[in-house]
Design a binder for this molecule. Structure first.
Ligand SMILES: [Zn+2]
Length: 541
């Protein structure tokens, strides 16, 4: 393993758009990933802030609100509350989930005004799709068409399929999303942009330094995009939904919602620090370069152009005020029964519904074991039952049952002796888990597989300890060895099986030295279920 990086860590999951609740596909990648990483860092005692917020100003809020027959404002309010409670229901242990409040807006305006005052933006006249009936510009989520790079269906801005940016007038056969039959032409608009080409050399160097430790698909996309001229990135748009742009050159325009991603990440970090009782001197303190934080973003592949190039160029344009994002931890799409999740088509499993039926530890295990790390993977309820039942729940409960029997046979509750070689085995277990949780080799799927592997090993050894004809001292020694490895297994599994670890009366540690012991206490291992226990009768009745 690489040497441990002890810099304070900021973990951000790409802020969810507040145009609906989170489905399993949303949660499976960035939120479970960020949560497992945050729980691991906390268990190792390293300083970490794990934060998120909502992305309210996206054009997708407007298009969804129209489909649902509501207002964008009402949709944002309802969705924000849904997302917050879904995070809680899933056990996503955010240090803070910040609101879109006055402090948020102040930080966004401070962030863009600094760039404006430093002369980082350029005024450009560009050709934008224009709705002939609505007499409005169609940008981002308001316009559909085909991607000029991969030809798949896309909205404006960038392509969700191939990840490439799409220039202002680049979509093939543009059409209106809000009014599908509307004739679409082009009109010129004068907007402020970030001239991305001015950052080319620094962006190439930034990505070259990281190419060895980032996932191959990320490295490939960045190389492809950087091999072509980088289009100017819109800072303002002539559309109504968004924060009003404060610049004299662009009257009546709004700030491109994607630009808010970086100041939103900075704001929710400071908010989370305060929420858990800290007192940062400024909302953006954690991201100031002087604090040398390690900023990690967990995200899906689709907006990688924005997070991997535009946001990095913005941070560079701040001329040393902020750290640059250290790592973009990117997952692929997660499908439902081998089709894309689609809220509008009702092809969806809501995360809150799933954890109302299946204990969330079991859900988290399955989302990890099937995580879309390098290619798209699939969620299926039947497969969840089969995989989680056969690989986790049954072996785990066999192990817990055998350990309980062993405790009865041993009879006393005193410390159990441990063989001289046993601490090394326990250390091997936590070291293997740590390798899956350290960022350069982070893998939810491999960590979940380790839970299966070590549960299987200990189940077999516990059964043997019961079956073998042993005298009392030999049985106590076998039990001591088992319980030491069980402690290591519970620690290793704790970022995924968080409730189970909290219910197990054992210290959580990834430090191999913590297992250098000569005795160990027996412990009662809680069981796991595939179904939530039915609610008991209310005491009022
Ligand atoms: Zn494409």
């Amino acid at each position: 393993m690489a040497p441990v990086d002890n810099r304070p860590t900021v973990i951000i999951a790409g802020p969810p758009t507040s145009n609906g609740d989170l489905h399993v596909g949303h949660v499976a990648g960035p939120y479970v990933g960020g949560d497992v990483y945050a729980r691991y860092l906390r268990a190792t005692g390293r300083p970490v802030v794990w934060a998120s917020c909502t992305d309210d100003m996206q054009t997708y809020v407007v298009t969804t609100a129209q489909r649902l027959g509501t207002t964008p404002e009402e949709l944002v309010a309802r969705s924000t509350e849904s997302i917050r409670t879904t995070f809680e229901a899933m056990g996503i242990s955010l240090d803070g989930f910040s609101p879109t409040d006055d402090g948020y807006r102040a930080l966004v305006y401070d962030y863009v005004q600094r760039l404006y005052d430093a002369g980082k933006f350029r005024l450009r006249t560009v050709r934008l799709p224009w709705g002939e009936r609505s007499q409005k510009f169609l940008v981002e989520g308001f316009v559909g068409g085909s991607c000029p790079t991969c030809l798949d269906d896309s909205r404006g801005g960038f392509c969700e399929t191939c990840g490439h940016p799409i220039d202002f007038d680049g979509l093939i056969e543009p059409s209106s999303i809000l009014d599908p039959g509307e004739p679409v032409s082009y009109r010129e608009a004068t907007i402020l942009v970030l001239p991305m080409e001015e950052y080319r050399e620094r962006l190439i160097e930034y990505h070259a330094r990281r190419a060895g430790r980032w996932r191959p698909h990320v490295v490939t996309l960045m190389r492809e995009v950087l091999a072509k001229p980088l289009p100017d990135y819109p800072i303002t748009y002539p559309v109504e939904w968004g924060l009003p742009a404060p610049f004299a050159e662009t009257p009546g325009q709004t700030i491109n919602a994607w630009l808010e991603g970086m100041p939103a990440s900075i704001y929710c970090t400071g908010w989370a620090q305060r929420h858990r009782g800290g007192n940062p001197p400024a909302d953006d303190d954690a991201w100031r370069a002087g604090n040398d934080a390690r900023a990690i973003v967990f995200m899906g592949f689709d907006p990688l152009y924005v997070w991997g190039l535009v946001h990095i160029a913005e941070l560079m344009a701040h001329d040393g005020r902020y750290v640059l994002t250290d790592t973009l931890h990117v997952n692929e799409f997660y499908e439902l029964e081998h089709e894309k999740f689609s809220t509008s088509k009702g092809h969806v499993v809501w995360a809150r519904d799933l954890v109302a039926e299946v204990p969330r530890d079991v859900v988290r295990f399955y989302l990890c074991v099937s995580a879309p790390e390098h290619a798209r993977t699939n969620f299926s309820r039947a497969t969840l039952d089969k995989i989680a039942g056969e690989r986790l729940v049954r072996p785990w409960n066999d192990l817990a049952g055998s350990l309980a029997k062993l405790c009865v046979e041993i009879g006393d509750a005193g410390p159990l002796p441990v063989s001289p070689e046993s601490p090394a085995y326990a250390a091997a277990i936590v070291n293997r888990f740590a390798s899956c949780y350290e960022l350069d080799s982070f893998s939810l799927a491999r960590a979940a597989d380790l839970v299966v592997q070590y549960t299987g090993r200990l189940r077999a050894r516990a059964a043997a300890a019961l079956a073998d004809d042993l005298d009392r001292d030999a049985r106590r020694l076998r039990a001591g060895d088992l319980f030491l490895e069980v402690r290591a297994l519970v620690s290793g599994a704790s970022p995924i099986l968080a409730d189970l670890a909290a219910r197990t009366d054992t210290p959580i540690s990834f430090d191999a030295d913590a297992y250098q012991v000569t005795t160990v206490a027996a412990l009662a291992l809680p069981g796991l279920d595939l179904r939530m226990a039915p609610a008991g009768p209310s005491e009022d009745n």
